[in-house]
Ligand binder design. Sequence first.
Ligand code: IP8
Length: 253
Amino acid sequence: MITHKDSTPPKVNEANLSRIANELKVHTRGELIIILGGGAHGHQAAHSHGFADPTSPKELLVKGIPPIRHNMSALASSVETSLSEEGIPAIVIPPFVSVTLRNGLIHDYPTNIIRKSLDNGLVVITHGDVCFDEENIVSILSGDTIAVYLAKELDAKTILIGTDVDGVLDDNPKTNPSAKHIPVINQENKDTILSKTGPSTNTDVTGGMSKKVTELLEISRQNREIIIFNLTVPDRLKFLLQNKTTICTRIQS
Ligand code: IP8
């Protein structure tokens, strides 16, 4: 929602971005990390350089590094600017410079600079990225994977996942208008729900909603709030930050 998904080359959706930055101003719960998904900025360049196809030649993948990095840095920098305009002191810490993957999974993810930034009152912005991979030269690191990793590593109390749908539905709401909203996913209903939830639409090379839910279920536990909500609808983020009720899906243990 902060990128225009159908625009090529990718463009920041400035109106949505400044609204979201404004809603973030109500955050008073302590340390905050903002993790950006790829949106059109990451996924278009990743797709056109073969990252969705396991048989792509390594030269094509390597050629994709500069445009993906360029686009994600531009997106993160726009977010930093919008937060700064709202008086929120934020810095960007890009995964590419320190994270390595192995077969697409996190191999090494130093968090000391993130920790020090939070300790000093800074809001950390990071994002899905292209990263060197010990086995596959380079792979895409998804924002959702970062969220799960950092939540575990830094013991996050709340994880809010903003998407462009009302949370998890039992079918794709863009193709099936009568898709039913699911307010809570837990151990009891997860298998039924995951069998129905397909990948997201658009050019998503990292798996979409079912992968998101599977990864989030792994870190669900008591006293940890995990929520998927619609960030395209004004005020929902604000309400969640203020502990007010709004439409969303809660992932519980
Ligand atoms: O949208 C993907 O992040 P995601 C990042 O969170 C890139 O899966 C660079 C495509």
